[in-house]
Design a protein. Structure first.
Lengths: 404, 404
């Protein structure tokens, strides 16, 4: 029997999905699980767009151009205009989810061993895509005591080496829910320019900015046209994760040329998802407003419940639909598994994502979990009942450690 | 401005799509182009499956499991039963087109610098995926004088090094249309076993076997359960290229575990494509029979026309819908571009894929082109009129060179 690859044997395993077998077992035993572990919203996808896609006559379900249909890319420029971002359709590449866009961006900007600096806790799959592309994620730790605010430029500069090619941010942040301010972004931008780096920003949660904060995109940064690459997606915005439609946006012509060339290898992004997306862009603002209102309600509820739990450290996230929370536990992996295997409250339990999986630095995040507030208020309340009861009975309950 | 990656600058460019700008210009000037350059059939996708997918209620367009929906994977086992291949749903991973499956297979079986031996001319994107995964395609040349038949085991063995991890085949072959016999496959299988290699077989053209030849799949090889990895897709079978649904099939549990882990990084394959595919599997055999009949008609027409052209070397392909043809020309890239830019017959021309792009060995294929017979008989006839006239007026017409 031939051996699998070493990189396969050593490959990073998704912290978000690795508890699935235990969850499956719990379900089989009849336990109800509240899934706060993944960013799969329960929000309905805009009905009209689905209907229009489903009424579109399709005779031959053909490949699209590798870069995506021109009509779609033009349509997306309309969406960006609402954010005062003027784009040409040629500055947009349609990818199979933002996921594929991350991979193509890494391939286009970095060679094997090149480094991308990313604040941690970070979206765990960045590490997986860096493994695909054989480049290196250099983490820069942010802390719960200031709500995982942007590290300082000095912090970043200490991490820069001759192999550094890019700084990558997620704004608003998955898994922290932190929304970076215009001021913080401008400081990073100046540093990026000084060191001649790429600035890769994952903006898939752009719509989810709370407390009347205005969204400031990396695409708003003047003079950084050749440095900025923005990753985007319809998955969260329109609750259309299964469409697998993302995009890479850059005004750097050379980067776009290479992205396009890499995209040709896989032929084309999914056709139905592209048809749907053209209609999704026309979704009335009311839909987005209502969704945002719903998430604010959930966030407030979550914050209120967590704040009342003894020895639980939390903050009010400014965006996205995640909160990263510190708990008085010995080990988050053990705790999350225990929740599925041992704990139940009225035959119900809650599934959380262990915090350690969101750090590239070994050993960090052991007392932390990511909570995705993707369920309605009633479910979320029940899930918090579970968490509260669980913390009171968990045998591995310990003192809280100082973040730094 | 930061530099793009070296691998980006040196990246392989798809020979199939690189003439597109010249084709666009020709179209803008009002010229009609017969596209024999890409494997995009004009055959209709099964109407019933499209309708059923479009009638499926979708409230929340959610992620699917990374490996694909279990119901779909079970359905696909039914399809394989028709070929007397008994599979468990766990032995199937749904990929975003066979394309993604090739990439995951390379990642799972090979490390950087590891080698996969592939007969050439080969499906050009294999080279692109090897670049994604930083492994090496080692070509083994096959020749037009025997219809690009399987190289001998001795030929393969001469290419084996300590870095060789796999032999890869495309059967029936893109771009050659060559159908490998059971006997040829059994010989390769014995050699693969002897050298403890993976045998990766791209079988996306499985339905397209002509002249009453029975299809023999690598999945039929007894004792090679841990060596064989089959790539499959609904793109060609059901003319559903835009669904972006492929699959990787292997009975090697360790390989499947690693494939699944790599697949989790990109979350999930497209949901609509998966729903469609569940219905596609129920397409009546009559559809496939009629499609095959249509391709046989086209193949025969193509062969007949080419055979009558002076100094054109061709053969009757046994499968798929491609023919690799030798022409009395100086340089296929120049000729294919000239067809678009300079030539026209009644304001029409034909687009072909230059043969050189299908060889990993530098310098081969200069007098060859790939012809995809994906157009109906009338269009194909007109395209052949164009080719015949073009060969008579092309300024770079030269003597035919011996293949070997």
């Amino acid at each position: 029997m031939p051996d699998i690859s070493k990189r396969g044997a050593e490959a990073y395993s998704s912290p978000i999905r690795k508890l699935t077998p235990f969850a499956d077992k719990a379900k089989q035993s009849g336990k109800k699980i509240f899934h706060l572990n993944i960013g799969q919203p329960d929000i309905k996808t805009p009905k009209e767009a689905i209907q229009k896609m489903q009424s579109t006559p399709v005779d031959v379900l053909a490949y699209s151009p590798s870069k995506g249909y021109l009509s779609l890319r033009k349509k997306i420029t309309e969406y960006y205009q609402r954010y005062n971002v003027a784009l040409d359709a040629e500055e947009i590449l349609i990818s199979t989810g933002a996921s594929e866009g991350i991979f193509f961006t890494f391939l286009s900007c970095m060679d094997e061993g090149d480094e991308v600096i990313i604040p941690e806790p970070l979206y765990a799959n960045y590490i997986g895509f860096a493994e695909y592309a054989r480049c290196k994620v250099v983490p820069i730790t942010s802390y719960i005591d200031n709500g995982f605010a942007m590290p300082t430029c000095e912090d970043f500069e200490r991490k820069i080496t001759p192999r550094t090619k890019a700084i990558m941010l997620c704004n608003p942040g998955n898994p922290t829910g932190c929304l970076y301010s215009e001021e913080a972004l401008r400081e990073i931008a100046a540093m990026v320019q000084k060191h001649n780096l790429f600035l890769i920003v994952d903006e898939v949660y752009r719509e989810f900015c709370y407390d009347n904060q205005q969204y400031f995109s990396a695409l708003h940064l003047e003079g950084l046209e050749n440095n900025v690459i923005v990753l985007d997606s319809v998955s969260k915005r329109y609750s259309a994760c299964g469409a697998r439609i993302g995009m890479v946006v850059t005004r750097n012509k050379e980067v776009m040329r290479i992205l396009t060339q890499f995209s040709e290898v896989r032929l084309s992004p999914p056709t139905f998802g592209q048809i749907l997306t053209e209609y999704l862009v026309d979704t009335p603002q009311q839909y987005l407003d209502e969704v945002k209102e719903e998430y604010v309600k959930r966030r407030n509820l979550l914050f209120e419940r967590l704040s009342k739990m003894e020895d639980v450290v939390c903050y009010r996230p400014g965006g996205a639909f995640y909160s990263f929370v510190q708990l008085p536990i010995d080990d988050c992996d053990r705790f999350c598994r225990w929740l599925l295997e041992e704990f139940s409250l009225d035959n119900k339990t809650v599934m959380l994502a262990p915090g350690s999986g969101f750090y590239a630095t070994e050993g960090l995040g052991k007392q932390e979990v990511r909570i995705a507030y993707v369920l309605n208020a009633d479910d979320l309340n029940q899930a918090m009942d579970c968490l509260e009861a669980a913390l009171n009975t968990y045998p591995g309950r310990t003192e809280l450690k100082k973040a730094r």
